[in-house]
Design a protein around this ligand. Sequence first.
Ligand code: NI
Length: 153
Amino acid sequence: MTILPITTYPDPLLLKKARAIENPKDPAIQELILDMFETMEKNNGIGLAAPQVGKSLRLCVIKLEGKSYVLINPVFKSKSWKKTVAEEGCLSLPGQFMQVKRSQKVKVKALDRKGKEVVIQAQDMLARAFQHEIDHLNGTLIIEKRVKEKIKK
Ligand code: NI
């Protein structure tokens, strides 16, 4: 396994829509998944999207509360109307933290690391992580989504 260099803002790759993975079982994709987990853990992240390691592919990995998730070509099946605001960071924006509004619950359809279709329901932190990482696949960063703070006088 290899620790990959993290692409940071304003690298144009981060602002581009990533392309779908045609063959999840491709050994290069399997290796990328392992490398992404290692890279994420080394950097103390809870999620990492392929564009953040220089690959414009629809793949992201998440590790939260001891559970690992691999999402290949993910799509939202639903997003709750109810939203919450919380602080987020991003490995591509080192040292920056922003308040971001997200749906409290989401349902995501994706392929898992074996290429099998899965539907995952998530809420709270996990739902937030899914939305953050899937945003990366669409070229969207938290800079665009942040809740503008009111200026106190
Ligand atoms: Ni991020």
